[in-house]
Design a protein around this ligand. Structure first.
Ligand code: A2P
Length: 343
């Protein structure tokens, strides 16, 4: 296989660090690895396989000779630098929401729509973390029985908001123990006017508010799900909530199928048919997915599968995955692997 010159933009961040880990763990064919971040961390070193790599400042000329550039440093950085990477001949795999809904930009979960990769124009978008785990869990069900309505409520970890948000939760938890007044600067959104403590709290706001009083995170889930499934008729509604959990997003999902003769066993079989999706569902053993146990894993876990008591075509389920791994870094690396396999 061709060896690739790889760059990671946001290499010092919560997701960038995991992208590097996954590239190494999965033996991605790397010829050279360039670590890019902001001016603040330029000159610092990151140890990979016992070797020190120096972090460089992201610049317009940093992408000379790069074949694949992973971006995970925020939407504005992608908006500014991705075109320079593409002009330099690199394929950009972007973990931000900057171009996800742009026409001509594939939005890919390799277990769900790998063929969309072929239509790229230099940039492939990695979906929102909550979207990835949901569409992977529902892919088999959608293909076999059709889904015409989906209502999701999320229970999202702070690491989805970056390393600073993890620090904020830890600091607030310590302050709470010590009866120190809690200060909030990051959550629910760095750019929001008001901030609220996340420790011992639940925030029904992720990102800023948008159209119809849905938050941007909710709109991302609703729009991205339709784009990935290539089904713009499907009705999707989301409520996104942040919890004081460090890593691992959970989701309570209600779906209505096109058919009303599907059994719970058939639904479970369809869920299990998708690679990297694991059914963890045995109430007699209190077996169900939980974020604490999903942390550090590659899979999407599904449990609590139940038929609705009133709607014949309605089902409820519970989906959990590590938001930094399958929800971000692993999915990005899988996109790169699938792209190479398709060459
Ligand atoms: P740095 O560590 O130098 O600030 P997280 O999602 O965990 O908050 O991480 C954000 C990532 O984006 C970090 O690697 C951070 O680098 C990087 N980043 C932030 N601002 C810029 C910028 N202006 N140019 C390039 N990278 C940036």
């Amino acid at each position: 296989m061709r060896q690739m010159n790889v760059a990671v933009v946001g290499a010092t961040g919560a997701v960038g660090t995991k992208i590097i880990e996954k590239l190494i763990e999965r033996k991605f064919p790397i010829k050279s690895l360039k670590l890019l971040a902001s001016k603040r961390s330029a000159g610092s070193t990151i140890q990979i396989n016992g070797e020190d790599y120096v972090v460089e400042e992201t610049s317009e000329t940093a992408f000379e000779g790069i074949d694949i550039a992973f971006f995970s440093a925020g939407g504005s950085i992608t908006e500014h630098f991705a075109k320079h990477a593409i002009e330099a001949g690199a394929l950009v795999i972007d973990n931000t929401s900057a171009f996800r809904m742009t026409e001509g930009v594939p939005l890919v979960v390799p277990e769900v729509n790998p063929d969309a990769i072929r239509e790229h124009n230099g940039l492939i978008a990695n979906p929102n973390c909550s979207t990835i785990q949901m569409v992977a869990a529902l892919k088999g069900v959608k293909d076999q029985f059709g889904i015409n309505r989906l209502i999701v409520s999320t229970y999202q970890a702070v690491s989805g908001a970056g390393a600073d948000a993890i620090e904020e939760l830890k600091q607030q938890s310590e302050n709470f123990e010590n009866r120190v007044d809690n200060k909030a600067d990051i959550l629910p959104s760095g750019s929001a006017e008001k901030h609220y403590p996340i420790a011992f709290n639940v925030l029904p706001q992720i990102d800023l508010f948008g159209e119809g009083d849905y938050t941007l995170e909710e709109l991302k889930m609703m729009n991205e799900t339709r784009k990935i499934f290539d089904d713009y008729e499907m009705s999707v509604a989301a409520t996104c909530v942040r919890l004081p959990v460090v890593t691992g997003h959970s989701e309570s999902v209600y779906i209505e199928l096109d058919r009303d003769d599907v059994t719970v066993d058939q639904l479970k079989e369809a869920i299990r048919s998708v690679p990297n999706v694991v059914l963890q569902d045995d109430p007699s053993q209190q077996l169900y997915p939980m974020p604490l146990f999903a942390e550090g894993t590659d899979e999407v876990f599904v449990g609590r599968v139940r038929k609705d008591r009133d709607k014949k075509n309605g089902f409820h389920l519970w989906i959990v995955a590590d938001n930094l791994i399958k929800g971000a870094a692993l999915n990005s690396v899988q996109i790169a692997e699938t792209y190479l396999e398709q060459q």
